[in-house]
Design a protein around this ligand. Sequence first.
Ligand code: AN7
Length: 354
Amino acid sequence: MGVIERYKRYLPVTGKTPIITLEEGDTPLIKADPIAEKIGPGYDVWLKCEGLNPTGSFKDRGMTMAVSKAVEEGANAVVCASTGNTSASAAAYAARSNIKCIVIIPEGAIALGKLAQALIHGAKVIAIRGNFDQALEIVREMSEKYPVTLVNSVNPYRIEGQKTGSFEICDKLGHAPFYHALPVGNAGNITAYWKGYKEYKEKGNICRLPVMLGFQAAGSAPIVEKRVIKDPETIATAIKIGNPASWEQAENARDESGGLIEKVTDEEIIEAYKFLAERVGVFVEPASATSVAGIMKKAQDGYFPDNSRERKRKDIVCILTGHGLKDPDRAIKCLEHPVVVNADIDDVIKEAGL
Ligand code: AN7
């Protein structure tokens, strides 16, 4: 069962909505004690592994909704701009519903796995000599002038689908987490999670809301720096975005929740990326490590007070937005390559250090 069926009473669907699903959602929420140790006493850290969605990222939650509604409304083509994951997801759900998919990507700035996904699902992939923000401007105009439905997160159905991530976290923990950390790129996801938490509280399913902690990459941090970044830079290509579409909604989530949106450097992202893989056993793409890099940095700054004397432990949930296999080049680049020896047991044992 996908997220629409599971949470339909909270979603804008009717009996007539065709449900286009790949059984997304219901992703693992796993405890990560090696990270909690770095935060301080009295905290539990949970990782929401969104890389385990059908196309390997959180985008599937929103895409099942956006494509289902597009099909309901009679669309026969969808379009998106993408740093990679949106295009992979749009291409898969379009294939599932047998409609056309057009994706516009910044040339040379998409992780290999994501490009492979868009292509293999049969999307028309067009690379522009430009960045994501320019691609988004183009698709917005395309969808106004031509009969194609825009499935970027400016499409409200994307936000509706993605808010189901909050519901799952609350259902699993039995309450909202105290802190909710996530990467911020185009800012759709922080908008969606905050909307989800607020609606769950209104329905009486939870009694308090989390503090939202958003993190941007230092070279692509328009919200933190309060200005559009013309040439965003970061190794976390998924969040290489200089003019987020949901800028204001992200600020609202931050301010209403008493949270923050701050930046982490590429070095800090890589450190968290390796820590997650080596110490926690979870391989994510660099953008996803931003949430963990962010809370580790805030812990060093003394943001999380000693909670050991409180009656209740505090939960921190980090959203790990995409799978590590999306961007194998990055893993290979930042690690030592395998040593090559002769096909001889003595040579192998010597090299293995046994
Ligand atoms: C792994 O695919 O914008 O703040 O075009 O792929 O909701 O944009 C991807 C974004 C975080 C940021 N982590 O989420 C796209 C795209 C990963 C991502 C984000 C993205 P938003």
